[in-house]
Design a protein around this ligand. Structure first.
Ligand code: PHB
Length: 395
């Protein structure tokens, strides 16, 4: 009896307080608290500049909204994931459990992404992938709370093989770092190139992030393929391009790649990069007002030229903004948040794109060539290309 009366009198007090407005500050504070955004990106190692470009792009999108998300201020948290897969789960857990982020933005490296994917699936935290293309994230291990704004690993290379064959390359050697991104890029390349009639003479590989290319370049010279196709990115890509030229292969055996090969590295690679043909969901020279304005604003804000990673970071911001606006900042309203993100049309510098059912971009893939330190568009290699989403139960 006593305890029941106590409860009743307590709730009466609460009602009284609420009606006089005494509880209001408490409620207001809960709703207007800052959105906690965690960046889990590489800030050291061969992908360091990719992480920086993604963060820059994301912040730029948010800053264009006055620095707010659905009307709420933002607090940022950062973890350097070092592109180190063995620390993936631990680093993602830091952001989710210690920093209690509402949104985890990460990462670049496919192996590290697998750690984030596990933490995202276990915790339910909203996970936005601004680069890593690992198939599982939007195929067999897809999840309602995981959205990718970049590409799946086989997407950029799917259209590369036909373009190569059409340009006269009947035989090719493939070379890459041996891990998910390289292997899955190869899957896309192989499918397109074989279907076009090409012959793959040899697959070469080295462990990530090894850059001792010399022995493999010597082997390529001996194999004499019509062309070489590859997946490399970041600092390692710049070195591969320089080493390819230094080995005397440039001008003799045309070099092709998934477009990451020539993203963010054109200053570092210098003239050795001229003439490299790649396929990618972005090109510096896309002649749209949207791209022109983006490039101008980015260069002004960060004193460097944007690349595909900056675009992906920017689009991650755009996607989150669309979701947050739809729920007026209440990111806990997950069904409405996810519905808005699933239906979003992203007006990107790369061109408009939409989300597939398994939460991966449906997007155009461009054919580009490097000219005067620019990835110049020379054609559309694939229109509105979607990943299969094979094995994704949501799709
Ligand atoms: C990846 O590991 O998924 C990856 C890394 C760098 C890129 C593209 C993909 O440029």
């Amino acid at each position: 009896m006593t305890s029941r009366r106590l409860v009743l009198s307590r709730s009466a007090a609460v009602i009284g307080a609420a009606s006089t407005g005494l509880l209001l500050p408490e409620i207001v504070r809960a709703q207007s608290s800052k959105v906690r955004v965690g960046f889990m990106l590489p800030y050291t190692g061969t992908f360091a500049q990719l992480g920086v470009a993604i963060e820059n792009g994301f912040r730029m999108a948010i800053n264009e909204q006055g620095g707010k998300l659905g009307g709420r201020e933002i607090e940022y948290f950062k973890v350097d994931d070092e592109s180190e897969p063995s620390k993936g789960i631990e680093n993602a857990t830091k952001l989710v459990q210690r920093d209690k982020v509402d949104v985890l933005v990460g990462t670049v490296h496919s192996g590290v992404q697998m750690g984030i994917q596990k933490v995202a699936r276990d915790s339910g935290v909203l996970s936005l992938i601004p680069n890593a293309g690992v198939h599982a994230a939007t195929r067999g291990l897809c999840a309602p709370n995981v959205f990718r704004t970049s590409f799946s690993n086989s997407q950029p290379t799917r259209a590369l093989g036909k373009a190569m064959y059409d340009r006269g390359a009947k035989t090719a050697v493939w070379i890459t770092w041996k891990y998910a991104a390289g292997d899955e890029s190869f899957e896309g390349f192989k499918e397109g190139y074989l279907a076009a009639g090409g012959k793959i003479i040899k697959e070469l590989g080295l462990p990530f992030p090894n850059v001792e290319f010399q022995a493999l370049l010597t082997e390529i010279a001996a194999l004499k393929p019509d062309a070489v196709a590859c997946f490399f990115a970041g600092g390692g890509a710049a070195k591969f391009i320089r080493d390819y030229a230094a080995a005397g292969l440039k001008g003799k055996i045309p070099l092709y790649g998934s477009g990451f090969l020539t993203e963010g590295v054109l200053d570092a690679a210098g003239p050795a990069a001229d003439g490299i043909v790649t396929t990618m969901h972005y090109s510096d020279s896309l002649p749209t007002q949207r791209n022109g304005q983006f490039r101008l604003n980015y260069a002004k804000a960060f004193k460097q030229q944007p690349d595909v990673y900056a675009v992906q970071g920017y689009d991650t911001g755009l996607l989150l903004i669309q979701g947050a606006n739809a729920v007026k900042g209440d990111l806990n309203n997950k069904p409405a948040l996810y519905k808005a993100m699933e239906g979003a049309v992203i007006d990107s510098p790369r061109g408009k794109w939409t989300m597939s059912k398994s939460h991966n971009p449906v997007q155009d893939i461009y054919l580009r060539v490097v000219e005067n330190k620019e990835n110049k568009v020379i054609g559309v290699a694939a229109k509105a290309l979607a990943d299969s989403g094979a094995g994704c139960k949501m799709a």
